[in-house]
Design a protein around this ligand. Sequence first.
Ligand SMILES: [Fe+2]
Length: 221
Amino acid sequence: MASGKGFNPKVFDKGGVPKRDWNPHQDCSEDGVFHPFDLPFYKFSLENWEEDKKEILDALPKEKLVETEHENIHTDFFDYATKDILPPYADLLMDILSPCMSKVMHREWIGLCAMWYQTEHKYQSHMLHNHGTVGWSSVLYVDYDPKVHTATRFLSPVGVVVGKGGMLDWFQPKVKEGDYIIFPSNIAHEALPNMSDVPRTIISCNFQTTPMFPLKQYSTK
Ligand SMILES: [Fe+2]
């Protein structure tokens, strides 16, 4: 995994709940430094990617250019995610992705919050942002050539604690087409400009893995 100078989240290639093999309250390095908190990222490589890719590309809508205050990008985010509805291809993607999602859930439950596609043509990018506090966010690299494209860049949630400051820490996973990354939704991230003539397409979705109770279950009066 490529990364910045110091932000090295734990990345679990095979999924599963991370297990600690050390005691964060007792163990530390020889110079007295210890890192008590893990930041879990998950990475999966879809096994039937050739077949999955054909189905996904067939299901995606025609590209739509959206211009916002800060950038222009091809996406259907504003057709569905901001209206709290899922796009028509969500069921197909859930058939493909839910086995990966199930690796991070604690119980047999997944709640999908939003799903959208995003395509960057030459010089298009998606500036630094996060997906709020919904729980998990994820990105599937659908049309992606590692030779000319760059992966999502994640910003460390922790800055340098003491000192004079400096460059911020970031983490950029090494990915290929058909790879699927799951990460905590509140981690800031960005899509760097696509400097090639080859479009880069991803599908992103937010989901939760903890069942929620309805706001009110019983009547007391
Ligand atoms: Fe994002």
